[in-house]
Design a binder for this molecule. Structure first.
Ligand SMILES: [Zn+2]
Length: 79
């Protein structure tokens, strides 16, 4: 039986995780003063995800595991 990854192995937090995905052809919007603009639809235009991202803890920011391992352990369908 697979062991679910339900908390951070580093700090024990179950706040959640985040990934840093590498996307290609994703327009990122900036304003003329250099601040970030409206990026609400940026992922609609993503053509592909390059390599599998790493899953990080939202609390301590440390890497937990690869996204595909996280999905397999928690029965998530990878996108
Ligand atoms: Zn953590």
């Amino acid at each position: 039986m697979r062991k679910r990854i339900d908390k951070c192995p580093h700090c024990g937090s179950d706040w959640g995780v985040f990934t840093k995905m590498t996307l290609i052809n994703v327009p990122k919007n900036y304003n003329f003063d250099g601040s970030e603009g409206h990026n609400g639809e940026m992922y609609d235009n993503a053509e592909n995800i390059i390599d599998k991202p790493t899953v990080y803890c939202q609390r301590c920011g440390k890497a937990i595991c690869r996204w595909d391992k996280f999905c397999a352990a928690n029965d998530i369908i990878p996108f």
